[in-house]
Design a protein around this ligand. Structure first.
Ligand SMILES: Nc1ncnc2c1ncn2[C@@H]1O[C@H](COP(=O)(O)OP(=O)(O)OP(=O)(O)O)[C@@H](O)[C@H]1O
Ligand SMILES: [Mg+2]
Length: 253
């Protein structure tokens, strides 16, 4: 379970997150949707114990991120929007490294590596240098490394990016299984159709604030729109702006 209360994060004079509150229950996939720069990644880094909040209270699995960020890192799996990997290691070496840092018993580690590597179909890259891998394969390495310790909370920042349809389907099925197991998952994406199929509830974040929250059905009712894209554009005040820009483009180009 994740509980966020009045979370604020400032970088100097920039207010990246401006007093947001939300909750992700056990066995729930919570989507964070919002325009570029709205504060999604900042929020997710705080939930993973990587950034400390300026103020507010964040509990992850009952642990306060400000008091015990190390424990939060132990119980979460975080996949950043840009994978942080060691270019000169191979995926096999990197998984062993993650396993030793996280003190995963050898047998369990090998078993999970084997299962996840097979699921994402990257067996043939296990011995290649990470620096030489394609964008999508690196993303798979990043995803696998976040799941090795069987975390109770998963934070996925635009993690479907670069995945081919087969792997995207595998990830989706994995997330459904994790939900069944009672894990809490936070998932950000700009692909609204994806959010619609995966997320139990969605928080729309805009200028560091959650401006609407609910199931896709509730959001559609709230905005009185039929597609999630129109809901999103309306809530983020972009609907008329987009129409004006498109009109201007048509006249100019
Ligand atoms: N380390 C940092 N130092 C200064 N400002 C930052 C830092 N990290 C984020 N910001 C600022 O905080 C705001 C929110 O950024 P964030 O990365 O959380 O947005 P986002 O919603 O994830 O956007 P995107 O959809 O583009 O990934 C932006 O204005 C960004 O420039
Ligand atoms: Mg981001």
């Amino acid at each position: 379970m994740i509980e966020v209360e009045n979370l604020v994060k400032r970088f100097g004079s920039i207010v990246a997150v401006n007093g947001i509150s939300f909750r992700v229950n056990d066995g729930e996939i919570y989507g964070l949707l919002g325009p570029n720069g709205s504060g999604k990644s900042t929020t997710m880094k705080i939930l993973s114990g990587i950034l400390t909040p300026t103020s507010g209270r964040v509990l992850v699995g009952g642990v306060d991120v400000s008091r015990d960020p190390l424990r939060v890192k132990e119980i979460t799996g975080y996949v950043p929007e840009t994978p942080v990997l060691y270019e000169s290691l191979t995926p096999a070496e990197f998984f062993n490294f993650v396993g030793s840092v996280r003190r995963i018993p050898e047998e369990k580690l090998q078993e999970r590596v084997e299962t996840l590597v097979k699921a994402f179909g990257i067996e043939k890259y296990l011995g290649e240098m990470i620096g030489s891998l394609s964008f999508g394969t690196r993303q798979k390495v990043s995803l696998i490394s976040a799941m090795l310790h069987d975390p109770e909370v998963l934070i996925l920042d635009e993690s479907m990016n670069g995945l081919d349809p087969r792997s995207a389907r595998i990830l989706r099925e994995l997330l459904m299984d994790f939900r069944e197991e009672g894990k809490s998952i936070v998932f950000s994406t700009h692909v609204l159709a994806l959010a619609e199929t995966i997320c139990d509830r969605i928080g729309v974040i805009y200028n560091g604030e959650i401006i609407a929250e609910g199931t896709v059905k509730q959001l559609k009712e709230l905005a009185q729109e039929e597609s999630l894209e129109d809901v999103f554009l309306k809530l983020t005040e972009s609907q008329e702006e987009v129409a004006t820009i498109v009109q201007a483009l048509r006249e100019t180009l």
